[in-house]
Design a protein around this ligand. Structure first.
Ligand code: FAD
Length: 257
């Protein structure tokens, strides 16, 4: 079985600076089939590069014969996509995206949602919350709290903290959990996510179906040598009957090799 994802050419329609660290890039893609999963992501290859980086589809709406995709890209110190997205002149350029994939899987009996993440997780948390049918609480740790205060939907009960995500493990350890069954979703820096998974498994004793914790980026020095596409790891894991928890552990290990 081939695990190579489909690729699509996409044109950059607009670029908007949402906050000092977040840039909105809107793309037109002639062929795009959303998974409908609210944390779906695509691989993005920018001009002159062949490596991809992964970005959440903040929204995908039909536009004429194309689809209009919104990606919200964190611009940090240095990085392949960071350096591209930081430029004003990207409008009109052609990029490549890969077919979307998602991992959010809320159990049918979940009566509430808890979402926790750093700035890279904000687009997914916004889309999940805007499509949620149960009471939703969000803890967002971002460097630009003032500028992003209106980013998340009013329907969610949001706690903002200023930071780059380094406080997320402590946030999760201090959470008061609602009564009854629910679903916990979280994303951020990989080593933090690993310690949070251990906490959820060992201290909270959550069933693996009750949570999804994803490492979205890794602390390293300089440009990452390569990013590992979560899509094939996810598909292979699902085909092998692994839980999301096992799949994301495999992903973290693959990304560190
Ligand atoms: C499923 C999935 C969905 C994602 N969705 C989004 C999204 O919607 N928006 C978004 O911005 N990111 C998202 N990410 C994270 C994004 O793919 C990474 O942050 C990616 O490494 C950024 O690429 P780059 O080319 O800018 O930097 P790279 O070339 O990958 O890295 C360069 C340097 O920057 C550091 N670095 C990488 N990311 C960050 C960061 N966020 N903050 C600080 N330092 C960093 C690295 O440690 C490295 O030293 C997602 C990741 C996954 C797996």
């Amino acid at each position: 079985m081939s695990v190579r994802a489909e690729q699509y050419a996409a044109e950059v329609i607009s670029r908007e600076q949402l906050s000092p660290h977040l840039v909105r890039v809107v793309l037109d893609v002639p062929a795009f089939a959303s998974t409908g999963i609210p944390d779906e992501w695509v691989g993005l290859v920018v001009p002159g590069q062949f490596q991809s980086r992964y970005y959440t589809v903040r929204s995908a709406v039909p536009h004429g014969e194309a689809f209009r995709l919104t990606l919200d890209i964190v611009v940090h110190d240095t990085g392949l996509v960071t350096e591209w997205a930081a430029r004003q002149e990207i409008v009109g350029e052609t990029v490549t995206i890969t077919e979307p994939k998602g991992s959010f899987e809320q159990p049918a009996d979940a009566g509430w949602l808890m979402l926790v993440g750093d700035l890279t997780a904000l687009p997914a948390m916004a889309r999940i919350a805007s499509e949620a049918s149960v009471p939703t609480r969000i803890w967002a740790e971002v460097p630009d709290v003032d500028e992003l205060a209106g980013y998340l939907p009013d329907s969610a009960d949001v706690t903002w903290t200023a930071g780059s995500g380094e406080g997320l493990a402590a946030t999760v350890e201090g959470l008061e959990w609602p009564e009854g069954e629910g679903y916990f979703w979280m994303a951020g820096e990989s080593s933090q996510m690993r310690s949070i998974r251990k906490h959820l498994m060992r201290e909270r004793r959550l069933s693996s179906h009750a949570y999804d914790v994803m490492g979205y980026w890794r602390v390293s020095t300089g440009r990452q040598p390569r990013a590992v596409d979560p899509g094939p790891v996810y598909r292979a894991g699902k085909a092998a009957g692994l839980t999301d928890e096992q799949i994301w552990q495999n992903y973290d290990e693959a990304a560190e090799r």
